[in-house]
Design a binder for this molecule. Sequence first.
Ligand code: ADP
Length: 476
Amino acid sequence: MFGWSSVSSAASLRTIFSMAMAALGFSTLVAVVALVSISHYMHQAVTAMMTATESVHTAEEMEVDLLVHDRMSDGMGRAQLEGQLRGWLLEIRSHVDSVEEERLVDEVAAQVDIYLRQSRQESSASVSGQPPSVDLSPALEDAFLPLEELVHLNVRQARATARRAARWDRIANYFGLGVASVLVLTVGFVLLWIRLFALRSVLTLETAMRSFAEGDKAARAPVEGARELRDIATRFNEMAAALARQYDNQIAFLGGVVHDLRNPLSVLKLSTETLRPDRPPPSADKVQRTLGLVRRQVERLERMLEDLLDAARVEGGHLELRLSQRDLREICREVLDAFRESTNKHELQLSLPEAPLMLAVDPLRIEQVLTNLVSNAIKYSPQGGLVRVALESQERQALLSVADQGIGISEQDRGHIFEPFRRTGASRDLVPGAGMGLFVARRIVEAHGGRIEVRSEPSAGTCFLVHLPKFAPRGA
Ligand code: ADP
């Protein structure tokens, strides 16, 4: 059944206002139709009462004329009155509106005829000097009787019409009250609904927004009220959750950066301790080892800062590609050679096509992508093992893959590793990093019109696939 709660919970602002407008429109239409009908009926009632009054008036005029005629001795005057009487009869007939009235008017006409005939006979007798042979009074009385009845009938009709009009007047009053109540109730319902549901939802939403803006990251708006308001509350809650997540990520990221910076910094500090002037000079061999250590830590710091800078550039949309035709095989060789120098725990394997694979790329950026993937493959294979880099020339694209036999990535984490600041739980404590490498790598590949995907098995290894189209429209 259509109830208040269903209105409050399921209806939309538009539905409620449409319903209110429809109710108001319908009430107005009904009121107009009723007013037209009542005014039409009142007009009919007034016409009926006027006709009855006219009939009564004419019947009384006839009675007067009949009496005057009866008393008159002048022949000319009588003839004139007879004409007038016939005129009244015609008028009375024009007001007839019922069978009974018609019967009475016929009777009046017949009796008046009888009276007039007798009165003519009486006049001709008095002219010839004969004694009057006709007694007029009964004929006059006979003519008066239907006339009186006609008067009573019209009075009765007028009274009945007046009673009906009074009844309609009462109905019109009740009806007016009813329509006014419907209008007031509709307006009241809309106002109450706005007060109870629309306004309350807006207020709670506003409170939640204010709390969130003031720093309460857990503030959420209750999803209630009209559909549009519930949609707004849901959108706000989603936005607040996303912002809170981003905030948490940034805090975690800062923590990670600080943590990751601390390691090379403490190594640097220890190294400088060894070379302090107040200490006995270390052996040339130790100096060499320490300097090597310092160089690696500085490079590591540099790489981290580069990652951060790149991420900032990518986020700000300032990634620019300097495209040139390059053989991808060369880039792969250079990157792998650089890694071979620094690792002896891992076996680095490179598989290249025989023919040059020329592509319009930004060589430094592609190098950055590959470096990042190989560096990850090494980082996340702490036990060592095989890291395989393969380049393949396909019909429409170059396919670059980097596969390792490391810790792998769980299915749940796989969807998030390309997001900025994302570091998966397993790797977080294991290896240093800012969680920016893959985010930047993906943007670089996409800027080349390509895409990057990952396939992985936890504890078995990971394979990143970079698809670079041969004839794609490029844009940074
Ligand atoms: P970082 O390596 O600095 O943490 P990346 O953006 O390069 O940042 O990588 C994001 C996350 O993806 C890493 O923290 C790690 O959890 C996961 N990941 C990337 N490459 C590998 C890989 N070869 N094996 C396992 N996990 C990986």
